[in-house]
Design a protein around this ligand. Sequence first.
Ligand code: PGA
Length: 255
Amino acid sequence: MRTPLIAGNWKMNCTLAEARELALAVVEAAKGLNDREVLLAPPFTALSATAKELAGESVILAGQNVAWEEKGAFTGEISPAMLKDVGAMAAIIGHSERRQIFGESEAMINARLRAALQAGLMGIFCIGESLEIREKGQADVEAWLKKQMEEGLRGVSAAAARRLVIAYEPIWAIGTGKTASQEQAQQAHAYLRLLLANMYDKSLAEEARIVYGGSVNPSNIDELMSQPDIDGALVGGAALDKEQFARIIQFQAAN
Ligand code: PGA
C-alpha cells in the first residue's frame, strides 16, 4: 500500500510571518489524518521558521531544490546536509521552473537527485511534457517521459530509488488553471510505473509514489486521488491558500 502524499510548494512566496501562519494552519488541518503524508516546501529563507512550527508534528519539511555537493564554493546553493540540519527530510528536484527559467540541465538534475537520495532525503523528482509535445500525441508524450526518467535516474541505485517520489507535472498545466484530465494523468502515471518496473523491478514500481502536479485545487483533488496510479499531489498556487490547501489534504478518494 502506498501512503498518499500531498505536497505544498510555496515557490518564491512567503515572508517569515506568512510562512509561520500558513504552516500553523496546515498543521491544524493535517491533525488526525494518519493515512496520508503532508509536506511543505517553503523558500529557503523560511525553512527554519517553518521547521519550528512543524516541530513534533507529522508534516514533513522539504527544500525546493538541493545542491549535489556537500559544501564549498557554490554561490546560491544549499546542500543536502544543510537541508537536513534545518529539519528538512525531502527536496523537490527538477521542477519545470528550474529547468525552463534557470536552465537546469538533465545532468544537473540527475546530480541533484543522486546527492539528495544518497544523503537519505526523499527526492521529489519532477518531470512532464510541454503543450507542444502533448499535442503531438501519446507516443510523443511517452517518449519524452522515458527520456526524462532515464536521464534523471541515471546511476540511481534501487536502494536509493526507494526514497524517490516522482511528480508528473505536465508543463501546460502548471499555474495555468488547466489540469490534466484524470484520464490523462492516470495514463501518464501508469506509464511511469511501467518504466520504473523496467528500470528497477516490479516491487519497487508498485511501492513508488507517483504524484500529480499542475493546477490541483479543491474541486479536482478528489477525482485525481480516485485514480489507481495517482498517489498524491504537488500543489503550487492552491498551497498558498489556507482553506484551499486544507481541503486538498483532506481529500477523499472514491476507492
Ligand atoms: P500549480 O503549481 O499548482 O500552481 O499549478 C504546481 C507546481 O508547480 O508544482
